[in-house]
Design a protein around this ligand. Sequence first.
Ligand code: DI6
Ligand code: FE
Length: 401
Amino acid sequence: MGHHKILTGARLATMVTGDDYGLIENGALVLSGDRIAWVGPAPELPAHFDGPVRDLAGRLVTPGLIDAHTHIVFAGDRAREFEMRLGGASYAEIARAGGGILSTVTATRAATPDALVAQALPRVDALLAEGITTLEIKSGYGLEAATELDMLRAARRIGAERPVRIRTTYLGAHAIPPEYAGRADAYLDEICLPTLRAARAEGLVDAVDGFCESIAFSPDQIARVFETAAALNLPVKLHAEQLSNLGGAALAAGFGALSADHLEYLDAPGVLAMARAGTVAMLLPGAFYTLNETRKPPVDLLRQNNVPIALATDCNPGSSPLTSLLLAMNMGCTLFGLTPAEALHATTTNAARALGLADAGTLAAGQRADLAIWDVTHPAELAYRIGFNPLHQRIFAGHPC
Ligand code: DI6
Ligand code: FE
């Protein structure tokens, strides 16, 4: 009859247990359409499932990986700024001098919608080649209505052109554009908030983000963005405590944020506020590494307070020109002290939670059939290797691709 696809001979990292891999040796999976119908030890596979059987020859199967924080749609590059930082300039100094995010804003405003998609696709393809099946994409390099909307439309188009689930995030509060220099509140009133409403009306927004920092928006200004998001029934998240501590994580937690992101300068009150709100700590070691940051996010405090930890690439042209989630996992272990099991939860279960997705991130009946099949024997190998891609195949919505 062929209603189902049956995968056998697999080692399954189900991730259904909180603190380890939920490993099943000699496991089997049954896929039905775009869903997982059954997961368990192969000898227990019920006889009533019919359909083609594929032997995975002992390969490891994990949930499809989730990159839950990227700025992957942008034009141009910032290699010149990389040279300047190596020459001694800091990220914040370059930003204050009108470079940084604003130089990517200039390039992105000048790009056509087709060019935005075309420039993003090779980066997206690099992630898909590593088993990513869900990808978050932020706006925030337009900072004017037309280009912010174009970025979000480009993100949606990527989901139509490639087999990947896209979640969009409106990041109009990323930087203050030059035409509003010194007038951040006017930018919010005249551009950022009206554009959020327009993007929402066009179905382009799944969540709302901001950059809370002295070179960007104050906590009071971010609160105004979050109030608008709440009125539009959209979840929020925040770039917080990346370069300094303005209390952004606690502010975000007060709005029930899905995640607070970066967090190198997070303090104990911020951790407690996140714990109370169930806000995910989204760590971005690519930015830590690129900016030569020495202050580490408070991983022990997050663990002690059971704050879920996620990892993402933060793929962007300035602070994290990274298109490898496996490398982000390796960095999460080596730079931040995560265990390999924590690193895999950080890109599966906890990344799904950071996107508000209940149907991804684990191998369990009823979940989406988004899988990664790997040529490795133990899941710790995924975070252990540096610059090697052991992906055998992705399965997206039940289809090998
Ligand atoms: N923090 C970051 O690390 C990225 N955005 C943000 O708010 C950097 C974006 C860029 O430099 O282009
Ligand atoms: Fe970011």
